[in-house]
Design a protein. Structure first.
Length: 163
């Protein structure tokens, strides 16, 4: 069974740090595979800060942790600016995928995010893009200068799953 909770520090430091490290390292590996970064490039410094001290690096944002059968296996970060919410660091451990973890995280993130909600995703993350589209996210002009990144936005009041 999947459960989602708001991270509390220092209690959840180890889980959040480990999940973020997995997400960030996988992302950098994928970017190298697609020729966007050097294969041997170290993690950017700001990523190291997120891993070492997520409570400080992500202060002011809501961090959600998903657990499957009592094991922490997913994370998402939700931030808010004056006019939009933003979802980032959305990650499900590979061995937990296909078991409802991502859906549970996204539903919880959207239930407290307000609208509009925006996020960005790499084009090779097809299953994540499919999930976002089922919830009504639409492609919008990019706000991010990184090449290939797809920017998506959900406007309106609902977070209803479609299809």
């Amino acid at each position: 069974m999947v459960s989602v909770r708001v991270a509390e520090f220092p209690r959840d430091h180890e889980s959040v740090s480990a999940l973020l490290a997995s997400y960030l390292r996988a992302t950098e590996t994928e970017k190298a595979e697609h020729g966007l970064v050097a294969a041997e490039a170290p993690l950017p410094e700001r990523y190291g800060r997120e891993i070492a001290d997520p409570a400080t690096a992500l202060a002011g944002r809501r961090i959600l942790i998903a657990s499957l059968d009592g094991e922490d296996c997913g994370v998402v970060v939700v931030g808010r600016s004056a006019d939009t919410a933003e979802i980032s660091r959305f990650w499900t451990s590979p061995d937990a995928r296909g078991r409802g973890v991502g859906t549970a995280l996204l539903e919880q993130a959207l239930s407290h995010a307000g609208r509009p909600v925006r996020l960005s995703v790499w084009p090779w993350r097809e299953s994540a893009i499919g999930l976002y589209r089922r919830y009504g996210f639409q492609t919008v002009p990019s706000w991010d200068p990184r090449p290939e990144l797809i920017c998506l936005e959900l406007s309106g009041a609902g977070a209803e799953r479609r299809g």
